[in-house]
Design a protein around this ligand. Structure first.
Ligand code: 5GP
Length: 188
């Protein structure tokens, strides 16, 4: 059962979403980041229970079987990601509003299901070339996973009009301001 509001943010990989989300969380203390479960390996510095709940595939599948997720997706080949019901309730019970930062399909699934209590935001990079440059600069991808992320981003861009708000991240300051404004308007 849903007992509060939900902010849903999605973006193709490399659109600068992580920086914007950090700024939004700093500006809006009533928001709390919803920690997803996933089966990919932690990157250097990532911590279980802070960045993600990291699970083995068999554990994740058991959670699917137990109906523990509000949504889940195989976001990349063989890599599962999902939003746990317990995570949203943990945040609502603390009197806060969860911010779910998830892939486009997951975001659409939640916003369709909870339209009246959610605000869905799509963050767009100014171009696929800029997105490619940002991903290369981040240095976390192999040639193969880079191409997979670019292909996925191209497909994801076609879904942008389904979101309640689109923010183009060509200028970080402007995009931050727009993001904070739309979230505050929804929360109040
Ligand atoms: P990364 O591996 O770079 O941390 O995340 C890869 C993608 O998975 C990102 O687009 C991120 O938004 C998405 N993601 C993270 N958590 C979830 C989740 O709980 N559900 C879904 N559907 N996607 C998620």
């Amino acid at each position: 059962m849903v007992t509060g509001k939900i902010i849903i943010i999605t973006a193709p990989s490399g659109s600068g979403k992580t920086t914007l989300v950090k700024r939004l969380l700093a500006a809006c203390p009533q928001l709390e980041f919803s920690i997803s479960a996933c089966t990919r390996s932690p990157r250097p510095g990532e911590v279980h229970g802070k960045d993600y709940y990291f699970y083995q595939e068999d554990e994740f599948k058991k959670l699917i079987g137990a109906d523990a997720f509000i949504e889940w997706e195989m976001v990349y080949t063989g890599k599962y990601y999902g939003t746990l019901k317990t995570e949203l309730h943990r945040i609502w019970d603390a009197g806060k509003c969860p911010l779910v930062d998830i892939d486009v399909q997951g975001a659409l699934a939640i916003s369709d299901k909870y339209r009246s209590v959610s605000h869905s935001i799509f963050i767009e990079a100014p171009s696929i070339e800029i997105l490619r440059e940002r991903l290369i600069k981040r240095g976390t991808e192999t040639a193969h996973t880079l191409e997979e992320r670019i292909d996925k981003a191209k497909l994801e861009l076609t879904f942008a009009p389904k979101f309640q708000r689109i923010i183009i991240n060509d200028n970080l300051e402007t995009a931050t301001k727009e993001l904070i404004e739309t979230v505050e308007e929804f929360l109040h």
